[in-house]
Design a protein around this ligand. Structure first.
Ligand code: B12
Ligand code: SF4
Length: 490
């Protein structure tokens, strides 16, 4: 169902959907390739509710320069914490020109009072129910100032307006989400705040998800779901349905879900080739403190072994600065990641996002050091850590990236795999991601990113499965930590 929107005084004909650039675009950390990975899927999802005969355009400021001299009637802006200031500026600009401006997304949901002065309407939570309601009211000439999502379902969604996405500008235009949220409750995660007031984990019908997949051209897919294996029955049916589709795909899942049953084998058989895994920390005390129960007493060694045996590359996620983390946490974590043969690692400085339990806790303890949202990008220390100074935390974080992506580390981590093919694949994927920045910049500048997709697909080709154990022997530094790590982590 879509809506031809019309407000009493002014019919709405031109609609502009905008994902403003994260402030980072002007910072030394800016990596064009990172922001040319995924298109604005949330906005393309919302666009599906608009009458296609209207003039609709979708703009992603990470990959194109925004033209702000135009005169759209309705402007829809997605606000993340790190693009919030830019989003408000764009919103103010268009309101001054007479456009109707609606703001939504994660940051608007956590801080509605901050966003409201910049919008005619704010919409909180997932947009699948609020956005069509808003359009309906707008068409009737009675839009409200605020909409809150209470109905949570992905049944019968209109097909995402992927035609509005400029596919050639992205390395991974085939990003897809088949669920929303996650069944877990980590205290630092956006999830509980964003989904407050309704279900916080739900999936599409398997047939709808398969139909969406079938609509995507090419072979490669990236599932952006928070937890692709979160509902084992759904995941199993999805992967069985995907068998024979000839896809290769990447996604994210938790430690416990990889060990739980045989869904991960089903995923591998369907084409899963690389998985983002939230290890977060090697300390059981820190896991407990972060509410990360799904990792407690689970063997990280076994997770690595299982994925490796299935030929699935691992992108390990780690958080530094959890209460209890000391100055050794960096080398301990990097050593483990390299020795375990993780293909890539994503390190984060603990960041208390507004709306999370962590933020509330730190605010009560008066440990929030700054409310400059530009710094809430997991690369800056925005709170007072307990067991090291903010400078030590920042230095340790920077060192961890440098150390993990040194040529020697890449070589050592690649050597952890048994087969030559797996080693080579690891080497090219890891080095390609972090060591060829000027090459990526050039490819983006000359608009040839889509030419790189076949190479990505080749690197994600299967390496065959095996049964032997690749998890590393214990390093000396880890042996001394054994008493404070979850069973079998090291
Ligand atoms: C893809 C992605 C990225 C891409 C963004 C590309 C893009 N084009 O969007 C990239 C790689 C660039 C990225 C970067 C980062 N990301 Co990110 N990312 C995601 C991810 C995995 C998927 C986003 C997505 O497409 N979701 C699917 C669509 C359908 O949902 P959606 O975009 O949220 O849109 C829905 C609603 O939000 C709402 N909505 C959104 N806008 C609007 C507007 C209106 C008007 C309305 C009505 C509704 C509405 O309706 C949509 C449909 O339901 C999410 C996790 C997740 N599952 O959402 C994390 C996530 C958004 N990222 C996160 C973080 C922390 C980051 C980084 C800071 C991490 C880092 N250090 O690299 C950086 C930001 C860097 C910086 N300097 O700012 C956090 C955000 C936490 C927070 N509280 O803000 C998330 C939630 C991951 C997590 N679990 O912690 N990210
Ligand atoms: S498992 Fe991941 S997505 Fe789920 S609540 Fe924890 S951090 Fe968030």
């Amino acid at each position: 169902m879509w809506y031809k929107v019309l407000v009493v005084r002014q019919p709405i004909k031109r609609i502009k959907l905008i994902l403003p650039a994260l402030t980072e675009a002007t910072s030394p950390y800016w990596r064009p390739i990172k922001y040319s990975l995924f298109p604005p899927l949330g906005l393309a999802t919302l666009a599906a509710y608009l009458d296609p005969s209207l003039q609709i355009s979708l703009h992603d400021e990470h990959v194109e320069k925004l033209d702000l001299d135009d005169e759209p009637d309705l402007v829809i802006i997605q606000v993340y914490i790190t693009n919030a200031y830019r989003a408000y500026k764009i919103a103010d600009h268009y309101r001054a020109r007479g456009a109707y401006v609606a703001l939504g997304g994660l940051h608007v949901t956590s801080l509605p009072a901050e966003a409201a002065p910049h919008a005619d309407t704010i919409l909180l939570g997932p947009g699948e129910y609020t956005f069509p309601s808003f359009l309906h009211d707008l068409a009737a000439g009675t839009p409200r100032r605020r909409y809150e999502s209470s109905v949570r379902t992905l049944q019968g969604l209109p097909p995402i307006r992927r035609d509005l996405i400029q596919r050639h500008r992205y390395l991974v235009p085939n990003s897809i989400v088949v669920s929303r949220g996650c069944p877990h409750h980590c205290t630092f995660c956006y999830k509980d705040g964003f989904f407050e007031g309704g279900r916080s984990f739900y999936t599409q019908a398997v047939d709808d998800a398969l139909a969406e997949i079938a609509r995507l051209p090419g072979r490669h897919l990236y599932f952006l779901d928070d937890h692709l294996l979160g509902n084992p029955r759904f995941a199993r049916d999805l992967f069985r349905g995907m068998r024979g589709m000839g896809r290769v795909f990447q996604g994210a899942a938790t430690v416990d879900s990889i060990l739980r049953d045989d869904v991960i084998e089903e995923a591998a058989a369907a084409g899963l080739r690389s998985l983002f895994v939230g290890f977060e920390t090697l300390s059981s005390a820190s896991l407990a403190g972060a509410g990360k129960r799904q990792n407690l007493n689970r063997s990280y060694r076994e997770v690595v072994r299982r994925l490796d045996n299935l030929g699935i590359m691992i992108n390990g996620s780690f958080v530094f600065g959890l209460d209890g983390d000391d100055r050794d946490v960096f080398s301990r974590t990097v050593d483990w990641a390299v020795q375990s043969g993780l293909t890539t690692s994503t390190f984060h400085i603990l960041t208390p996002y507004p709306g999370t339990a962590l933020f509330t806790e730190m605010e009560t303890q008066q440990r929030i050091a700054t409310r400059n949202w530009d710094l809430y990008d997991t690369r800056n220390v925005v709170y007072r850590p307990t067991s090291m100074t903010p400078e030590e935390l920042k230095r340790g974080y920077d060192w961890s990236y440098e150390s993990f992506y040194r040529w020697r580390s890449i070589f050592n981590a690649a050597s952890a795999h048994e087969s030559i093919k797996h080693r080579l694949k690891h080497f090219f994927y890891s080095a390609g991601w972090k060591k060829f920045e000027p090459g990526w910049d050039l490819v983006i500048r000359i608009k040839q990113l889509s030419q790189m997709r076949p190479i990505l697909e080749a690197v994600l080709a299967p390496v065959g499965t095996r049964t032997s154990n690749v998890a590393p022997p214990l390093a000396q530094s880890q042996i001394s930590m054994q008493s404070s790590t979850p069973d079998g982590v090291t």
